[in-house]
Design a protein around this ligand. Structure first.
Ligand SMILES: Cc1ncc(COP(=O)(O)O)c(C=O)c1O
Length: 376
């Protein structure tokens, strides 16, 4: 049987990983500044994480959400403490798109309204409503085009106010730092305008923290730089260091009703064990401090490298916009320097490394980049 060929692939098969490095089936080791698309948070093969997974797998991998799962409550307690959202409610799912899908559905339930506002260049996932809220018609099928979502220009508070005045908007969904859109950091003013305007017009604010959240920006959530508290916060990627999981934090003002949301696999025992280990390691190893230090160091070191138009981002979510397309540069980074990076559009290199990246590992990247741009 053939694989359904939807991914343009690098001709590399990763066999194993340790910390911020991965090794392919040929035995070549790579520095991982991509984190498997922002997924690896505490590092590949972390011993405490593996121990927690193995221990739980030997006991119980899965049982359904029709019985009490004490691991879910333990995760909720740790997450409340780590994020500062102890008063919110936790709903567990399996992926980022599923988290956003549920967030928008919940907003519609809670407000009795059916319109969603998203922003230009947004990416919220590939399921029905999540992809309708994504600014890319090429990945929307006709069944996704239901006229539910209005796209508003990024940072345009006046346009947002005009839309909200209609009184039919269930939620405004925003990535506090756009990922696929090229590492665009929403200004504090824009975040506060969204919070004020949604509150004034009876709409909910959803922060999509799937890529920028869970410590990646240097705060637990990227929206916390602006001091706002959204009604719903979605997360996935780094939450379980590679084990598939997603989650919603839901404000106490939104009341649950039996059956309004549900999932077979969401919050299963093995996923919870993985996510608990991630939060324990993040705390014990002071991962947030490392994100801030190493992120600031990279930003500083990038200054003065020729061909860079702009560096954007926060913490270890860094976009390097080059003056020229980055396809060849990324290919050279992988094949000649053995460094994985991500990209956004044609000109932006995206760094989404494991959050335990060290200064020495950052130096390897900086000297490779200097070499490839002709100054090393
Ligand atoms: C901001 C954002 N939202 C949603 C998603 C969708 O997540 P998933 O691929 O887990 O469905 C992504 C994935 O890249 C993302 O970056």
């Amino acid at each position: 049987m053939k694989l359904f060929d939807v991914y343009p692939l690098f001709d590399i098969a990763i066999d194993h990983g340790k910390g911020c490095h991965v090794t392919d089936t040929e035995g070549i080791e790579y520095l991982d500044l991509y984190g498997g698309h922002a997924v690896i948070s505490i590092g590949h093969g972390h011993p405490r994480y593996l121990e927690a997974l193995n221990r739980q797998a030997a006991k119980l991998v899965f049982y359904s959400n029709s019985v009490i799962n004490p691991l879910q409550q333990r995760l909720a307690d740790l997450l409340g403490e780590a994020s500062g959202y102890d008063d919110y409610q936790l709903f567990l799912v399996n992926s980022g798109a599923e988290a956003n899908e549920n967030a928008m559905k919940l907003a519609s339930f809670a407000t009795g309204r059916r319109r969603i506002i998203a922003f230009s260049k947004a990416f919220h996932g590939r399921t029905s409503l999540a992809v309708e809220a994504t600014d890319n018609p090429a990945i929307q099928a006709q069944v996704n085009q239901n006229g539910v979502v209005t796209l508003v220009p990024w940072e345009d508070s006046e346009a947002l106010a005009r839309e909200l005045e209609a009184g039919d908007v269930a939620a405004v969904i925003i990535e506090p730092i756009q990922g696929v859109g090229g590492i665009q950091v929403a200004s504090d003013r824009f975040m506060r305008d969204i919070r004020d305007l949604t509150a004034r017009h009876g709409s909910l604010m959803i922060a999509d923290e799937i890529q920028c959240g869970y410590g990646r920006s240097g705060k637990f959530f990227a929206h916390q730089y602006s001091g706002v508290r959204p009604d719903i916060i979605t997360m996935a990627k780094g939450i379980a260091n590679g084990f598939p999981m997603g989650a919603l934090l839901i404000a106490p003002t939104i009341a649950p009703v039996y059956g309004m949301l549900g999932t077979t696999f969401g919050g299963n025992h093995l996923a919870c064990a993985a996510a608990i280990a991630v939060l324990e390691v993040m705390k014990d190893e002071n991962i947030l401090a490392n994100v801030n230090e190493t992120g600031a160091y990279i930003m500083e070191q990038l200054k003065g490298i020729p061909g860079i138009k702009e560096v954007r981002g926060r913490g270890l979510m860094i976009g390097i916009e080059m003056e020229e397309p980055v396809k060849q540069l990324r290919s050279d980074l992988i094949h000649k320097e053995h460094i994985f990076t991500g990209a956004s559009g044609k000109n932006v290199i995206r760094l989404l490394p494991p959050l335990c990246l060290t200064r020495d590992e950052a130096d390897i990247f900086i000297s490779s980049l200097r070499k490839l741009t002709g100054v090393g």
